[in-house]
Design a binder for this molecule. Structure first.
Ligand code: ATR
Length: 281
C-alpha cells in the first residue's frame, strides 16, 4: 500500500511504455516488504537536466536510465562508478543523501547470467559479435572478470577498435578485433560466443549474425542478448549444434537484480521473479 513513507524509484527513458522494469522491481519490493514503488517517466532529450534535478528535489531514491539518455545523463551526475566510466554509459542511479552516483549494471548482469549457468569467465576465450553500447558494457565486465582473450567482431571496425583500446588500457585480457563474417576456424578456440547485434530482434526475427550452415563440434556457450523473441535464430542454430545457450531475458533480469541491490542493499533471489509473466524463464 502507498502511504506517507513510500519511496520512489523510477525509469528515465523514451519510450518507456514497454519496459519490464516496473513489473520486476515492484514484485521485488513486495517480496522483500520494502515500502517503495517503481514507475516510468517518459523524458524528452531537452528536459534531461531538469529530470535529473527532480531526482534530487523530490528525494527519489534511485533511477534506471534507458535509451536515449544513457550517455547524456552522465554530465548531470555527481559521481560515476569506475566501470560505468569505462563503459561510457549509465543505466542506474543511486541517490545517496543528495549525491547522485551513476552505475552500469548491463555488463554485470551478463556476467552474472554466465556464472549462474555454471560457467566461469576467468581464463576463457570470448568472442563478442557487435560493438555497440551493449557490447562495450559486456566487454568491460568480461575483462574485469579476467577473461583470457576477447575478440570483438563488428561490421563497423572503428567501433570495435574503440572498445579494444579501452580494454587494452585498463585490463589484462588480450583483445582482438575483426569483421562480422565468422568462419568455423574462427570459433576453434572460443569458449563463449555472444551476440550483441540487433540481428534477430523482433520484427526482424529471420536475421542471424552468423552463417548457420557452420557446424560446431566443440563445447561453446552461445549467448544472445536479444530477448524478443526469447529464442532467436542464433540460439536455434546453437541448439541444433548441441551447444548450451543463454538468452537475453537472463541478462535483463540480472541487470535489474544488480540495480535493486544498489538501491536497497538487498541481494534479491531471482526465483522471486518467477511469477512475472513477461519474464518466464
Ligand atoms: P546496443 O546499445 O543495443 O548495443 P547499438 O549501439 O545500436 O545498440 O549497436 C547495435 C549493434 O548491432 C552494432 O554493433 C551494429 O553494427 P555497426 O556498429 O556496424 O552499426 C550491429 N548491427 C545492426 N544492424 C546490423 C546489420 N544489419 N549487420 C551487422 N551488424 C548490425
Amino acid at each position: 500500500m502507498i502511504n506517507g513513507s513510500t519511496k520512489l524509484i523510477c525509469l528515465i527513458g523514451q519510450p518507456v511504455e514497454h519496459s519490464f522494469s516496473p513489473s520486476i522491481h515492484n514484485t521485488l519490493f513486495e517480496k522483500y516488504d520494502i515500502n517503495s514503488k517503481y514507475i516510468c517517466f517518459d523524458v524528452d532529450k531537452d528536459c534531461l537536466k531538469e529530470a535529473v534535478n527532480s531526482i534530487k528535489a523530490l528525494k527519489i531514491k534511485g533511477s534506471n536510465v534507458t535509451v536515449p539518455h544513457k550517455v547524456d545523463i552522465m554530465e548531470y551526475l555527481d559521481e560515476i562508478d569506475i566501470n560505468a566510466k569505462l563503459i561510457g554509459a549509465v543505466n542506474t542511479i543511486k541517490n545517496d543523501n543528495g549525491k547522485l552516483i551513476g552505475y552500469n549494471t548491463d555488463g554485470i548482469g551478463f556476467v552474472n547470467s554466465v556464472i549462474g549457468k555454471g560457467y566461469k569467465i576467468q581464463d576463457k576465450n570470448v568472442m563478442i559479435l557487435g560493438a555497440g553500447g551493449a557490447a562495450r558494457s559486456i566487454a568491460v565486465e568480461i575483462a574485469n572478470n579476467n577473461a583470457k582473450s576477447i575478440e570483438i567482431r563488428n561490421r563497423t571496425l572503428d567501433k570495435a577498435e574503440s572498445i579494444a583500446i579501452t580494454i587494452n588500457e585498463n585490463f589484462k585480457s588480450i583483445v582482438k578485433i575483426g569483421d562480422i563474417n565468422i568462419t568455423k576456424e574462427d570459433l576453434e578456440n572460443i569458449d563463449i560466443l555472444i551476440n550483441t547485434t540487433s540481428l534477430g530482434m523482433s520484427p526482424h526475427i529471420d536475421k542471424i549474425p552468423i552463417d548457420d550452415t557452420i557446424n560446431i563440434d566443440k563445447d561453446i556457450l552461445v549467448c544472445d542478448i536479444v530477448y524478443n523473441p526469447k529464442e532467436t535464430r542464433f540460439l536455434k542454430w546453437a541448439k541444433e549444434n548441441n551447444l548450451n545457450t543463454l538468452g537475453g531475458i537472463d541478462m535483463l533480469i540480472n541487470q535489474a537484480l544488480e540495480a535493486f541491490y544498489i538501491w536497497t542493499e538487498v541481494k534479491p533471489d531471482r526465483e522471486c521473479l518467477y511469477e512475472v509473466e513477461q519474464l518466464r524463464f
